[in-house]
Design a binder for this molecule. Structure first.
Ligand code: ATP
Ligand code: MG
Length: 306
């Protein structure tokens, strides 16, 4: 059974609920960051979920935080622990286990820090029309799915629930968060993307593009990597084995779901329930990506949790 909404009774105070996650207060400095099994496509949440998807997103994010902190000295993340607060009743703990992360509560920068290594999706549509991506001229003659000579940073605004994010230029991003932080966010996004890209490529996955979020530790004035990172929800993952420039790519992410919605005229509609075959196909793609990137099956990783 997929968990659509966590039921914690009076055990925890809900402070925010996003398309996928529920954030609960632990104390003034920390949050319990819970991933449900909800899935969104084209910014709309489906009625039903993908069983264990929340566990997969949480454990994959934890895997990346650990790897990135080893590789990038000084990188700050919001990750504290995968352990649950010991005060939780057993039934609540059972429900939240594996899908929850204790994180530092931070001031979220209202920016989606998108990095693109390959030209696809909205960047490809824009390039075909204007030769530009986020207002910047790109090299001539790029083909669909081609790798950019260097990864590009294409920030967007972080829209409220129900609204769509809007692409902005790096100059506009500086206006939104201030020049100093905007530069740090850009530099960190590119560095984290490149580190992850090289790791994933070695394992057989191309990270075509991805989205990061950052927060500010107001006590130390440090920019901190927050949210989920480098999951199939926040990234486009392509199998390296079948990669071919000049066409669209099969992928490990929600592309199957997006295609099903488009083919059935359901793109952007509310209240859509996915049929079993779409759930299964999406689930198996997520599980496959997890195994390739972490080296362990989701079952094995869950068993390693205390
Ligand atoms: P989607 O990711 O599908 O676009 P969403 O952006 O609405 O959905 P969720 O992933 O469901 O968000 O929920 C996570 C929310 O928690 C986001 O609004 C994110 O900015 C916020 N968040 C992430 N890390 C922290 C943190 N350390 N402190 C405070 N808020 C955080
Ligand atoms: Mg999110």
């Amino acid at each position: 059974m997929a968990l659509i909404k966590s039921n914690v009774g009076t055990s925890l105070e809900l402070v925010a609920s996003g398309k996928v996650r529920e954030l609960y207060a632990i104390d003034s400095k920390s949050l319990l960051f819970v991933a449900t099994d909800r899935i969104s496509a084209y910014d709309v949440i489906m009625e039903n979920g993908i069983p264990e998807k929340g566990v997969l997103l949480t454990l994959m994010t934890a895997h990346w935080f650990q790897y990135l902190q080893q590789q990038i000295p000084g990188l700050k993340t919001h990750f504290v622990s995968l352990s649950l607060p010991s005060s939780l009743p057993r039934d609540v703990a059972e429900q939240l286990k594996g899908r929850s992360m204790v994180v530092r509560k931070l001031k979220v920068f209202p920016l989606e820090a998108i990095v693109r290594g390959y030209i696809t999706g909205s960047a490809w549509s824009s390039y075909k029309k204007t030769g530009e991506v986020n207002g910047k001229k790109m090299p001539e003659g790029l083909q669909e799915s081609q790798e950019f000579p260097e990864p590009i940073y294409t920030p967007s605004t972080k829209a409220e629930l129900g609204a769509h994010d809007e692409n902005i230029t790096t100059e506009q991003a500086e206006k939104v968060v201030g020049e100093k932080y905007a530069k740090q966010i850009e530099q960190l996004s590119l560095q984290v993307y490149k580190t992850a890209r090289d790791y994933a490529r070695e394992k057989g996955i191309i990270i075509a593009d991805t989205k990061f979020e950052f927060g500010l530790d107001e006590e130390t004035d440090e920019v901190v990597l927050i949210d989920e990172v480098l999951t199939p929800d926040s990234s486009r993952f392509w199998p390296k084995a079948t990669y071919k420039v000049g066409q669209s790519q099969p992928s490990f992410d929600k592309q199957g779901l997006r295609d099903w919605l488009t083919e059935n005229g359901l793109k952007g509609k509310d209240g859509v329930a996915m049929p079993d075959d779409v759930i299964e196909a999406t689930r198996s793609k997520y599980l496959e990506a997890f195994k390739i990137l972490t080296g362990k099956s989701l079952q094995e990783s869950m068993q390693n949790l205390n």
